[in-house]
Ligand binder design. Sequence first.
Ligand SMILES: [Zn+2]
Length: 281
Amino acid sequence: MNIGKYKLKILTSGFFRLDGGAMFGIIPKVLWQKTNSPDDANRIKLSTRHLLLESSGKKIIIDAGMGTKWDEKLKKIYAVDENHSMTKVLNNAGLKFEDITDVILTHLHFDHAGGSTTFAYSKFIPAFPNAKYYVQKEQFEWAKNPTEKDRGSFVKNDFVPLAEEGVLNFINGNEQFDDEIEFIVMNGHTIGQQLVKISDSSNTILFCADLVPTISHIPVPYLMGYDVQPLVTVKEKNEILPLAAKENWKLFFGHDPEFAFATVKQTDKGVREAERFTSFG
Ligand SMILES: [Zn+2]
């Protein structure tokens, strides 16, 4: 798919599992298990899915995935699927880490920023050696000093080394990155999460990150227990989803195990899925 000067590709760098109850907050299991079947530890399958935007001068990736800095215990807790990796998916696209010019981080939770750094030569270094990285300044400050509720979601070695290397660029609020790419700040899931809207005069795709992590999270009350400000998420979904329906945006899911994106429509019950897609086709 092309938007403006960019050719878009979908890259899935991995799969892992999180507790189904935590992923769906107050929604009863009898409802969410119909679409997201849990394993015997009550965990549901999730992906780490990225957009790659290629122009003549740039190769931009959105989010960095889980990365490879996982010990055996954590790999087990999160059921990290080792048959997939960023190395493999880049390779399949004919790319290397060196080719990426820009890494846009929606936020710094380990499943989005884990792949930002790698451990080599006895220290943590940027995994994409030639890239500039982008994150909201507020998210960076929050991630350095999270609350007791959300500190399990941040690993300092995923992002502090980027700042120390001078490759981390801070964004302050909603900002137009270039003609096609716009950052939209959302504060419900974590403080200073940025969604990425890519558009031209005919198409819009919204990288929903953890505002709408899977296709099952489109209905407004389907919120994650991880959200630090759930009522803010409710407000944010009520603002963005009707606009997405009206303007026929493609909503891109970073965590859906199967579907990469969907369009949405307004119904009597609120905004719901219209059509679902696994690829740009
Ligand atoms: Zn998150």
